[in-house]
Write a protein that binds this ligand. Structure first.
Ligand code: GLN
Length: 519
């Protein structure tokens, strides 16, 4: 076929389908709005009525951090229903559109200066991200055929879009808030999301072949989730496991205090339903290959929780460490704390292609470069970054302030670890998940990152009891040991993937009329 005869969705640019760039810019604007809003959320909650940027909510730090923790977790946990809506009803493409519309409404609502608008806005953003984030990620996988080696690179490029959005937003939003106040900042996030929506609408012709609604036939063949739950009740063993799980969850959830009491109770009950559902999906899979792949995917989610449980210290303990214990003076200028968080996004832009190339070359040479290996190595590299935080604590103990180079090095290692692990996990899911449950599994993945974020918050709080040194040292030891453990059982784990990654090779110009990897 000559290039002039190609339909828009078959065309490529710089070695990738044009659809990738449409999803890239849509997600860039979505993440711009998400990270821009996130950068001012906590400081808006604790700002007093007399604040120089206009009146804030005047909450205490504990109240603000508590709401923040739940917000960040829910944003990702709602990816599970977001994935189910896509798999069962709308398809990924329409669910992303729905998410984008809800997000424009959510960020727009936050621009209104009224108490009702604050909570309504947050709820809308949680729902919008839940619809958009897992499904747009699954669609990236859908752009590549089974076995196409460009898939991992495609996800790395997509990941650059995410961080470009984050870097732009975190650099700009502070200036907008200082000039025009909090609600202008929230409004800016809304405008950014509107750009994302427009890019997505414009780019439809480049993604006609991905993320479509399940066909009537697929729906008929499909086992509905209700039926899956019905099956749960017809098997005494599984019903027993489910009831024990639910009982433990209710007990564990309701032993927490305060706001957390209801929050954890509801969360644990929700999670036991998710586990029950996953158990029954496993049972409903037809072949042993599908079952094994599903199992290895679930096991890989433990790596995800460990990874994000450590990594997400960035927004919590490391941020407080930066603010209170780090010497931030550079050539007579005091560097604002949020800028250190921008280091992560900046390093990603600089090193994403480099890290992806290193892994791709390794793979072409026939050396070990499976997704599970990359995820384990990424966890180790990220964990080693905390060694620099240990140096920072020692520096602080000796001199009363720690040098900022420790933070720069820690964030550098965290970023290289993230690049080895996070885009790879996204790609891995699109290779292994059963097609019928592709979006749901992406949702479960994001929920795992959200749970990791909650673990990070809890660990951060524990530093008040055990001290920073013990927390940073503990994270280093645990993550490195965990990564090594995964590598030591790599062979049996890989056997469970049944060669899902063995026959990858370059496939230019073949991006036509297919959905996800079939398995
Ligand atoms: N920083 C990445 C993003 O915003 C990953 C977040 C996550 O997986 N929890 O997409």
């Amino acid at each position: 076929m000559t290039s002039t005869a190609l339909k828009p969705h078959q065309k490529e640019l710089w070695g990738h389908p044009i659809g990738l760039y449409i999803l890239f810019f849509t997600e860039m604007w979505e993440r711009f709005s998400y990270y821009g809003m996130r950068a001012i959320l906590v400081i808006y909650m604790i700002a007093k009525a007399s604040d120089e940027n206009g009146p804030g909510l005047g909450w205490t730090k504990v109240e603000a951090l508590q709401l923040y923790g739940w917000y960040v977790m829910l944003v990702y946990v709602i990816s599970i229903p977001g994935g189910i809506i896509a798999d069962k009803m709308l398809g990924q493409k329409k669910t992303v559109l729905l998410g984008a519309l809800i997000l424009v409404a959510g960020h727009g609502t936050l621009a209104i200066d009224a108490p009702w608008a604050f909570f309504t806005g947050l709820i809308l953003i949680i729902l919008g991200v839940g619809c958009l984030k897992p499904n747009i990620s699954t669609m990236v996988g859908g752009l590549y055929r089974k076995g196409d080696i460009r898939r991992d690179k495609g996800f790395s490029i997509f990941y650059i879009g995410i961080n470009l959005g984050s870097l732009l937003a975190t650099s700009l939003i502070g200036l907008v808030v200082a000039e025009w106040g909090w609600h202008a900042g929230f409004g800016m996030a809304g405008v950014a999301m509107l750009f994302g929506l427009l890019v997505y609408l414009y780019g439809q012709k480049y993604i006609v072949h991905v993320g479509n609604k399940p066909t009537l036939q697929e729906k008929e063949e499909d086992v509905s989730l209700v039926k899956i739950f019905y099956k749960l009740f017809s098997s005494p063993f599984q019903l027993g496991v489910f009831i024990i799980l639910l009982g433990l969850s209710i007990y564990a959830g309701f032993t927490f205090d305060g706001v957390d009491h209801w929050g954890y109770g509801a969360l644990f009950i929700f999670l036991s339903f998710v586990v029950g559902m996953l158990m029954m999906i496993y049972k409903s899979l037809e072949s042993q290959v599908q079952k094994d792949r599903f199992l290895v995917l679930l096991l890989s989610f433990f790596i995800v929780i460990v990874f994000w449980g450590a990594f997400e210290q960035a927004g919590g303990l490391m941020s407080i460490y930066t603010e209170t214990k780090t010497d931030r003076m550079l050539f007579g200028y005091l560097i604002p704390t949020p800028m250190f968080q921008g280091l992560n996004a900046g390093f990603i832009l600089l090193f994403a292609v480099w890290v992806a190339n290193i892994w791709a070359k390794r793979k072409l040479k026939g050396k070990e470069a499976s997704s599970l290996f990359k995820m384990a190595v990424g966890t180790i590299i990220m964990g080693l970054g905390f060694v620099f935080m240990i140096f920072a604590v020692r520096d602080y103990d000796a001199h009363g302030k720690s040098a900022m180079i420790w933070l720069v090095l820690a964030y550098f290692f965290h970023t290289i670890g993230e690049l080895s692990s996070s885009p790879v996990s996204l790609s891995f899911i699109t290779k292994l998940a059963p097609v019928k449950y592709a979006s749901l599994m992406m949702g479960v993945y994001f929920a795992a990152t959200g749970l990791g974020g909650k673990v990070a918050g809890i660990l951060g709080e524990k530093s008040a009891v055990f001290g920073d040194y013990a927390i940073f040292a503990g994270i280093t030891i645990f993550t490195v040991a965990f990564g090594l453990l995964v590598i030591s059982i790599l062979k049996p784990l890989k056997r469970l993937t049944h060669g899902a990654e063995d026959d990858e090779h370059e496939m230019h110009g073949e991006n036509e009329g297919f959905e996800l990897a079939e398995n």
